[in-house]
Design a protein around this ligand. Structure first.
Ligand SMILES: Cc1ncc(COP(=O)(O)O)c(C=O)c1O
Length: 406
């Protein structure tokens, strides 16, 4: 893989017409280690966030030994780069054949569920393979309430009283049992973990069965840009969220049991930026060579303002507008689909034009893993970049109000 100091160096050297992912392995290692040092339990990286072999390999080298997986494709991806890693199968609703594969071929012994029919599926395979249920831990996924870019409890999780029944039923069969939740991805309310822990405590007290562990899921927010026209939601950094989480875990009496977290976004977001090219500027619209069906769907559905850094093409000599004035540009994707327009603008100098490049920062999470081949576009070009995105020249997505035009 070609290596550059900055994405700007890469753009000017390669003059790419296709999107280019700028991978920063040192940033990935540092962010993974920061999480592992701060979390008082096992860190299970959520493979769905970015399951590229180079990401899994780098995480494994950084000391990640446990992975949260959701499908046979993810079991295989982890096995291929980290044969000794433990896998936790935390998808609550699984195909019967995938459960068999997990237990039989991949030796997975930790699974999640939120319904009694899932217990029946797992039990069928456990009996067919003549496994001891006592060697398997089933985590009951609890619904939670809170604000996040993605609310996951609309789709998954048992209500507290139901979770009590599920815990007791699994315990009676002879499985080890634990509790898990996922407070939603990119949380917008730091109290959300405490509410989930309070609910887990309620369930534990009612169920009155020995718990083998508590899994607090993901949700830890990554830093993105912000739209200066909107009120900035003040979110504490990871350090403060972890300090609070550790205090809440102690206060609700969960410190004495094995703890797990399944972070994705906060571990991998900063490890990639993406160089895109402006295919055409039409007034305040920029048509770029990526979009919601490629690397940018997370920002579209999650209404995330991405930090964008302008890389002007030096070959363009004539420009209009004031380079010091930062404006909002609507961003249209490369496909023929008319919904392929980002839900949040890019904030860029007024002089941006056809042929220029834009470096989109903090794009490592839910970008590569969500890209499609729609319309025949499939970004797949990688370079390595050594300077962290936030350490380079000012990114306009982080710009302050004073420099903004209306
Ligand atoms: C079960 C599970 N674990 C972990 C994650 C990772 O969450 P995040 O990227 O918010 O840390 C997700 C994300 O959807 C998930 O569904």
């Amino acid at each position: 893989m070609q290596r550059f100091e900055t994405a700007k160096d890469a753009a000017l050297a390669l003059r790419p017409d296709v999107p280019v992912y700028c991978f920063r392995p040192e940033v990935l290692k540092a962010d993974a280690r920061q999480f592992m040092e701060a979390f008082p339990g096992e860190t299970a990286y959520a493979v769905k966030t970015n399951g590229e072999p180079l990401v899994l390999e780098t995480l494994s080298r950084a000391g990640v030994k446990t992975f949260d997986v959701a499908s046979p494709g993810e079991f295989e991806a982890v096995r291929a780069v980290a044969p000794d890693a433990e896998m936790l199968y935390m998808h609550p609703i699984k195909a019967q054949s995938d459960i068999r594969l997990a237990l039989e071929r991949y030796g997975i012994r930790v699974l999640a569920l939120d319904h009694e029919d899932e217990i029946a599926k797992i039990l069928r395979i456990v009996r067919a393979l003549d496994l001891d249920p006592g060697g398997i831990t089933l985590f009951i996924r609890l619904q939670t309430k809170g604000h996040a870019a993605y609310e996951l409890s609309k789709k998954f999780g048992a209500a507290p009283a139901h979770a009590v029944e599920l815990l007791q039923r699994c315990h009676r069969i002879g499985f080890k049992v634990g509790l898990c939740f996922h407070v939603g991805s990119q949380i917008e309310d730091p109290e959300t973990y405490e509410r989930a822990l309070a609910s887990a405590d309620w369930v534990r007290n009612r169920a009155d069965v020995p718990l083998a562990g508590l899994d607090v899921g993901g949700g830890f927010p990554a830093e993105y840009g912000h739209d200066p026209r909107r009120r900035k939601r003040e979110m504490p950094g990871l350090g403060e969220i972890m300090t609070r989480l550790r205090a809440d875990i102690a206060e609700w009496g969960f410190s004495d049991m094995p703890l797990v977290a399944e972070p994705g976004r906060v571990v991998v977001a900063r490890a990639f930026s993406l160089i895109v090219r402006v295919l055409l500027r039409k007034g305040r619209r920029l048509y770029i060579n990526d979009g919601i069906w490629a690397s940018l769907s997370d920002s579209w559905t999650g209404k995330i303002t991405l930090p964008a850094r302008f890389i002007p093409d030096p070959a363009r000599t004539a420009r209009t507008g004031n380079a010091e004035t930062i404006s909002a540009f609507r961003v249209c994707g490369a496909t023929c689909d008319s919904v392929d327009i980002l839900s949040r603008p890019f904030w860029l100098p007024e002089t941006v034009d056809t042929g220029d490049w834009i470096e989109i920062g903090h794009i490592g999470a839910y970008s590569l893993s969500l890209r499609t081949r729609f319309n025949g576009f499939y970004p797949d070009t990688f370079v390595e970049v050594t300077t962290p995105f936030d350490a380079g020249e000012r990114a306009e997505g982080f710009a302050s109000l004073e420099t903004m035009a209306d």
